[in-house]
Write a protein that binds this ligand. Structure first.
Ligand code: HEC
Length: 370
């Protein structure tokens, strides 16, 4: 129950809803369900949106602060101080609760030094691709990234011009789908029959909708306040702003966010390029344990890249694509195939490099308009 109420109040507050009898009833319920130790139980465990006691406590604190009113049994400040003491000693069992412990402490007036170590911990978890990831082997995604960026931003600890924020934004722009959504893999287990909400990404649609919202909030935070009568910058302007600041290899083309850009057409790319890769690359970059953590079998993998965290190709930008540099021996110690193995895996011919360049160039093309 506390989830519906705490999230509900957070939503009402975001909309500028004024306190009234409804919000008073909701906060009264929250206040009365605080446990003797200062926490809120958050019994209904459906991670990451309902992810346990720390998160329930943080969200309840926020709701009580947003809609303060007098409670029969205990003043609200006392309740919040009590919750804060509980949060101070709580051990976050996972990434989401780590973020919410930080948020809860901040909302409850935690000391700067407490927050400083939380912030360092969160920043240290940013991955080479600019995103954040939940634990347990999942990849960086819009949910974890959007949550972390907005959490650090809301507490004024990370501003959009900071390098970490910009890298996070680049990650989000790079991973947005053509339809505007982000895909986030579900972390929970099904316990009721799936029904379709209409949001993309099939059975992952619920967490994807939430992740898309968080990503949008993180991106909105980068905008200057909009003067009355002016409109928001377009997606194009936003992308231009972010891609300018970054070097060609670290600005991975922001490809998929390009307005109207085609989703990579795997079929043609793979058809044309596969023979080349088969001859010179796939022995190492395929199978269970591909070298450099890069499996060259799909376009999605090429865009995602391997252990470096950099994309291997940037559709539409062959010269900025690391892979094309590697196969032309332009980068010392990253010549591909590796120099010492060329007896077995031949270097690409000029014609093959040309073909690869051409394919990367056109990979980001718009689809033919029907
Ligand atoms: C004999 C094995 C071998 C062959 C063949 C080979 N590679 Fe590699 N490749 C590696 C290894 C090992 C690494 C990791 C190198 C490192 O990070 O120091 C790597 C890394 C890479 C990376 C960087 C991945 C990342 O993001 O970290 C790219 C891109 C790449 N190879 C492309 C190719 C292409 C394209 C071909 C074929 C033209 C090829 N490789 C052939 C062994 C191979």
């Amino acid at each position: 129950m506390i989830w519906v109420i705490a999230y509900g109040l957070q939503g009402l507050h975001a909309l500028g809803y004024q306190p009234d009898a409804l919000t008073a009833a909701m906060t009264w319920y929250l206040a009365e369900t605080q446990l003797p130790d200062g926490s809120w139980a958050g019994l209904d465990f459906r991670p990451p949106i309902k992810a346990g006691q720390i998160m329930g406590t943080a969200l309840s604190v926020k709701a009580l602060l947003d809609y303060p009113s007098e409670y029969r049994t205990r003043p609200v400040q006392e309740r919040i101080a009590h919750a804060r003491r509980w949060l101070e000693q709580a051990q976050a069992p996972d990434f989401t609760q780590m973020v919410y412990r930080y948020l809860g402490l901040g909302w409850a007036g935690g000391t700067p030094s407490e927050l400083q170590s939380e912030i360092s911990n969160l920043l240290a978890l940013q991955r080479a691709d600019g995103g954040w990831a939940p634990p347990a082997g999942l990849e960086s995604d819009a949910w974890a990234t959007g949550l972390t960026l907005t959490a650090l931003h809301d507490a004024d600890r990370l501003v959009p011009t900071d390098a970490a924020y910009r890298r996070g934004v680049e990650f989000l722009l790079r991973t947005q789908f053509e339809d505007g959504s982000w895909w986030v893999k579900s972390r929970t287990w099904p316990f009721q029959p799936h029904f379709d909400s209409g949001f993309p990404h099939g059975k992952d649609q619920w967490i994807s909708a939430s992740g898309t919202s968080l990503a949008v909030i993180a991106l909105l935070n980068t905008l200057e306040p909009v003067a009355p009568g002016k409109s928001f910058p377009s997606a194009q302007e936003l992308i231009a702003k972010y891609s300018k600041s970054a070097s060609p290899t670290s600005a991975p083309g922001l490809v998929s966010a390009k307005e109207g850009a085609a989703p990579p057409t795997d079929a043609t790319f793979v058809r044309d390029i596969k023979p080349i890769f088969e001859k010179s690359c796939l022995a190492c970059h395929g199978g269970d344990k591909p070298k450099g953590a890069l499996d060259l079998g799909t376009v999605a993998n090429l865009i995602k890249g391997g252990q470096s965290g950099q994309p291997a190709i940037i559709p539409g930008q062959p010269d900025a694509s690391p892979l094309l540099r590697f196969v032309q021996d332009r980068i010392k110690d990253l010549e591909m195939p590796p120099l010492g193995r060329r007896a077995r895996y031949p270097a690409l011919t000029k014609a093959e490099v040309g073909m690869l360049r051409d394919r990367i160039q056109h990979q980001g093309d718009l689809p033919a308009k029907p």
